[in-house]
Design a protein. Sequence first.
Lengths: 267, 266
Amino acid sequence: MRKLRHHLHVYQALWRILLVYVLTYRVNALVRSVFFPVWQLVMLTIILVVFSHTDSIGGWNQTQVLMLYFVNQILLSVTYALYFEGGARYLLYTAVHTGTLDRHLIQPVSPFLMVFFGRPHFDSLLGGLLMGISCIMFVIYHQISFTTEQLISFTFVTLLSQVAVFLIVACYSTLAFFFERVQQVAEILDKANELGQYPTAMFPSYVQGLAVSLFPIAFMGFIPTSFLLDKGSLGMVLVTTLVIVLSLLVLRRLWTRGLRTYSSVST
Amino acid sequence: MRLPTSMKKYQLVFHIAVQELFQYRFNFFAGVFKYTFAILIYALIWQVVNQQSGEEFFSEGGVLLYFALASVLFDFSNFHLVALEEEIKLGYISKYLTRPISVFWFYFWTQAATIGIRAGLRLLILSPVFFILFPSPGPTLAQLLMFVTFAICAYLFSFVFFFTLSTFVFWFHEVYAIRWMWMSILRVLSGIWIPLFLLPAAVVSVLQLLPFAHLVYTPIQVVLGKLPVVDALQPLVILLLWTALFVVVSRLVWRKAITAYESTGI
């Protein structure tokens, strides 16, 4: 408990520092946030064009796909803010390659936690906030209602899926220990997310298999939204749990091995 | 054939750029895979829409063929000159200003090397798709030549545009967001993400006057035989006119930027 409190204390301090950092470059943060809606507009246009030619895809109608889209975007922004931009990307781009990982190895805090959660990107949360507001307005406009059971199962499955996504992303990030330059791995994961805006059920079975393993896109929207829209199944929870267990084992091995491989001079 | 001395240095730039690409092979091949994968994602989406809509706007295998061609053309218009922006920000641009080398042509040939190799590799990776799915008897020589011409013109236009955009770093510290917005719009309006014939006719006719559609959609239509080679000349002229316009803008902006620029040391 004391150790956990210590971690929380360190993490709180880091968030405070980063908030000050983001506010130092207000214009840049603002510009990025202003252009965020443009990207959303582009993505929504594609969905609207899709539904101008068909009534449903993979058993999901337009309203349900839009709901999935909102959930996917909110989860993405949280993921990016918490550990993708400043954690996974940091490990893949800089930490091992330039040797700044040393800094975390000599500190009295878990290097794993520091690497992945030590540099949250607040500006990514602005997009999530915007999508959250849009989502609420969308739900009110379409008079969509959810039962308490749906909301609880959605929350539980979302948390479970996010653990699975984090573990898979962390596994990929450890490639930085074994290859000289692996930035493109982060980009591939980034690109794969574009598929997460569509119901995984619409794709051929081999793509569905990939979506819950190598490219964890089903966890980034499809599985949680399925529970929100009462389309979820026990199988989805079991698959998610299985993925968590397997990726945890792989990650443990890769991280330990990676640290053993890692070498640098000076701090 | 001997190249003039002024061109030899750019030939060297091109060679070095090719060598640098293969310096980190894993990363390079992952990069090639990334966009092939990203574009084929849309092939999957439109394949499902094609099957479920009942409209059958694509023939058997047509979706995959369209997006495979889009994947080959992708690099000609989707790139960025971040390295140039960094050099401007850090003041390293001085090295070009004091040496007999043009910043524009240096980056032009460096980028050309990247694009050439990437597009070539994609063509190689996707060649089975083309061999299997291309409708018999395949594209004519004229269609292929027009396709290549469009690809080169798409690169010329995009390079001039991105060069102009990067020049704005002299005034703004960051142009990342503007570039990001441009690329998002470009990917939709050029037909990389949506085959343009799926859009309303009024939108398509407006797009014919803009450069976007002619970067990807028009050359694909030409090589698939859906747009006669002769009819493709008009879009090609439109694309070249847009390029000329941006060349003028680029020169004006660069001249203004360089006048205001000052630095110490090289």
